[in-house]
Design a protein around this ligand. Sequence first.
Ligand SMILES: *Cc1c(COP(=O)(O)O)cnc(C)c1O
Length: 373
Amino acid sequence: MLRLPDPIRNRVPRPIQARIDLAAMRHNLEAARRRAAGRRVWAVIKANAYGHGVERAVRGFHGADGIALIDFEEARRVREAGWSGPLMLLEGFFEPRDLHTCRELQLSVVVHNEAQLLMLEAAPPGPPIRVYIKANTGMNRLGFDPHEVGRVHARLASLPGVRIDGMSMHFANSDRGDPNEGPVSISEQLARFDEACRGIEAPRCISNSAALFLHPPLAEAWVRPGIALYGATPDAAHSATGLGLRAVMTLATELIAVRAVAPGEAVGYGSRFVARRPTRIGVVACGYADGYPRHAPDGTPVAVGGVVVPMAGRVSMDMITVDLTGTPEATVGTPVELWGAQVPIDEVARLSGTVGYELMCALAPRVPVVAVN
Ligand SMILES: *Cc1c(COP(=O)(O)O)cnc(C)c1O
């Protein structure tokens, strides 16, 4: 009952695989584009495209207006994968020699602190470096405080080696339904941004997935969705499918053992699950060393042969165990989906006290990844 594609299966020591659905990537980008209603879309692919792979993201999001990420090495991979459009570094550069790479790879950089300003002022002459000026409007991570932004803009505008492409900021609470709910509400951050940008004519770039999908359009030229493009929700109160999104990553494996457990018998470490009736337990080839969350409680949904059954027993390093009562025909080799179209990653994340973002990014290097569609 091998259901995985043979060439892949032949290379894999155990039956686990993450499938990246490029058609779902294209679908989600289109959904973002519709929400953006004329605003241009940076596809955010930091952290190895939220665990999906930079090269696969370049293929799936080739219809984006720009690609945004954090890491110079990943930026190089994006260029090598053939992307010649706008490419932005969301944290900008870190040391003077990075500016050479910015020119070589034609990167746009976010400038958010004084140290970067000094490096730009000291940069050797060369083709202009494109910058976005970042304002801190309440997140208090990166960015110039609103009263500094005018001066920063003037300093950068005076540099022949710099071209100012826009102004940016980042929301702390765009997943809140009420834009006026404080502290650090959406409307408060927008007011601070308006104040920071007063007198500056430059395109604005503000919205992440939550701002884009959960709120009316903002006055900005560019949006920067990440998580929504991978088919997960930016906010636990909304399902990804309800937002018109399709799961991109499927974490798939198989049953590697099935056993009958008598009432009163326990399963796994800590004997967390105790059978109340005669129970068929399925052993699934996936554990926390594959990136599955160890905190997943009993009852977490797992799809076995297309039937959603509950986890039964603690997640271990290489295996999880499930209660097969609902699917008597399941046997060794039956395909299992840990997350994907049948089991929303957001649901596994919620039950484990985290978010889909973290699960995607934590997909372990030992899991083979393949692109489909
Ligand atoms: C990660 C990131 C985004 C995308 O956020 P999502 O919640 O994944 O849509 C946008 N802007 C910045 C600055 C980011 O770091």
